[in-house]
Design a protein around this ligand. Structure first.
Ligand code: CUA
Length: 327
């Protein structure tokens, strides 16, 4: 009745679960020395927990096997040995294990994740959390971007995180631990990537309706490519906007560097066409999706701060065509 086919069927949910675990945001697929320290601490704790569980289950099994052996005529249970087990396994072992985890976690793992001192690195990146998107600034450069940030590979970067509104938390699981964005504070962490690539990040502190749609990409580029990218992003807008950009109200919230549109309420659009996604990784960035976003953003990402704009589809198409041209 339980043929091999049955067993294979029983494994289907497990296979489906594993298939969902790609590496894009997997803290156990680390790609920096910080994330590797965190992952190995996890595996050591996991291994220890399994050993502990096996020991307890073994002792339970042993006591069940020996049940009912005390009593008249039988050997009395050895109370001293029982107390020794309680003291060693119940008191001494937990104190030693927890103290060891505290020392290793605090002195080594947390230390390795911390930000390099201000001024000690060649690059600082500022990230500002907004409901529900991320603003990215590069001190010393006019470049401002949103929901994606680039860093040079193999280079320690000091990342400074703050918030414009509520508490958010910046987390790129494959690169480092989380760092909270707390109102009135600037927190910092080191951002470092061993290998070039695109790493997905996610807000890790519930911050309202669209918390789940507050994701971002970190691109680790070869240093020369990074310098080219930053120099390009620093340039002002390539073509002046159509009048519609001001009359439809876009300029009230969005900046186009080099024009009169200077507001910082919404994402800077100077190079919006160069980004991979829109609305903090909610939709891909192409002309059709952007047109849809301009017309129906409250259906795509309900509650976001962009108002419904009363313009025609043809006008939205014209705006989308202009914005997509801003590479
Ligand atoms: Cu921002 Cu959750």
């Amino acid at each position: 009745m339980f043929g091999p086919r049955r067993h294979a069927l029983a494994l289907l949910p497990v296979a489906a679960l594993l298939a969902g675990c790609d590496k894009t945001q997997n803290a156990l697929a680390p790609e920096s020395h910080q994330a590797k320290d965190i992952a190995s601490l996890f595996w050591w704790m996991m291994g220890g927990a399994w050993i502990g569980l096996a020991l307890i289950v073994g002792l339970l099994f042993l006591s069940w096997r020996r049940r009912g052996t005390a009593g008249p005529g039988n050997r009395k249970p050895d109370e001293k040995a029982a107390w020794r087990v309680v003291i060693v396994l119940g008191i001494v072992t937990p104190i030693v294990v927890i103290a060891a985890i505290f020392v290793i976690g605090d002195l080594f793992v947390i230390k390795s994740t911390e930000a390099p001192a201000a001024g000690s690195t060649r690059l600082t990146v500022e990230v500002i959390g907004h409901t529900w998107w991320w603003e990215v600034r590069y001190p010393g450069s006019p470049a401002v971007t949103a929901n994606e940030l680039h860093i040079p590979v193999g280079t320690p970067v000091r990342l400074e995180v703050r918030t414009d509104d509520v508490i958010h938390s910046f987390w790129v699981p494959r690169l480092n631990r989380t760092i909270d964005a707390i109102p009135g504070r600037t927190n910092s962490i080191e951002l470092y990537a061993d290998a070039p690539g695109r790493y997905r990040g996610q807000c890790d502190e519930f911050c309202g309706l669209q918390h789940a749609h507050m994701a971002f990409y970190v691109y680790a580029d070869p240093p020369a490519a990074f310098r080219r990218w930053l120099a390009h992003q620093a340039q002002p807008v390539a073509a002046s906007p159509p009048r519609l950009f001001a009359t439809a109200g876009c300029a009230d919230c969005h900046a186009l560097r080099g024009t009169d549109a200077k507001s910082g309420v919404g994402p800077d659009l100077t190079h919006v066409g160069s980004r991979a996604t829109l609305a903090a990784l909610t939709i891909t960035n192409d002309k059709a999706e952007l047109e849809d976003w301009i017309l129906h953003n409250q259906e795509i990402k309900p509650g976001n701060e962009m108002p419904d704009i009363q313009i025609s589809r043809a006008q939205a198409a014209a705006l989308a065509a202009y914005l997509e041209g801003l590479k």
